[in-house]
Design a protein around this ligand. Sequence first.
Ligand code: ARG
Length: 218
Amino acid sequence: MDFRFDIIKEYAPFFLQGVLLTIGLSIIAIIAGSILGLAIGLGKMSTKRFVRLPLEWYINFFRGTPLLVQMLLVHLGLMPLLFSQPSATVSLAVSLSLNSAAYVAEIFRAGIQSIDKGQMEAARSLGMTHTQAMRYVILPQALKRMIPPFTNEFIVLIKDSSLGAVIAAPELMYWGKAAQGQYYRVWEPYLTVAFIYLLLTLSLSKLLHYLERKYSNQ
Ligand code: ARG
């Protein structure tokens, strides 16, 4: 079987455009998702039921339904209510962010609750306020523990942004599908796309190991 490198060469500029969008979308989603996720995570630890309950259901919904379904709901349902010409890229960014917020909220909550409660008691008995104890004792330890799941979240976002191809957001997978559709060839476009995703996720997990080593021995 011949392997048509010319197809890859022809599509190289598009794959490059696509990978830039994939990276950009993942960065936007991890930032927006973290801000929203932090708020949700903190709210979920509230003692007030009317604050906690809706947030619990937000998390339940976004973790308990497929991202593909959420993306279609956003793109075909929500966005047309707000814009006359919804952009698939914006819809993808929004659904990735909303989805990621639910996971990040749990990362924050689990990170904070994983710190032994003796730490809070000790800090309080030294005369710190609750906020000071959080700021100087709990959060520095919790943040360290959040690094691995957080990097993992970023890796998941890179891979899951490929669902955007379904609504024609021109990220990496979209161009793979385009090349496949034009030439009816499977191996060339999809192996190339797989290789690029692998390159992205492997370099991220390398970075993760580096960060873990750097912060675990202090
Ligand atoms: N791909 C799965 C889904 O379709 C999981 C999504 C996980 N998302 C995340 N941000 N960790 O629901």
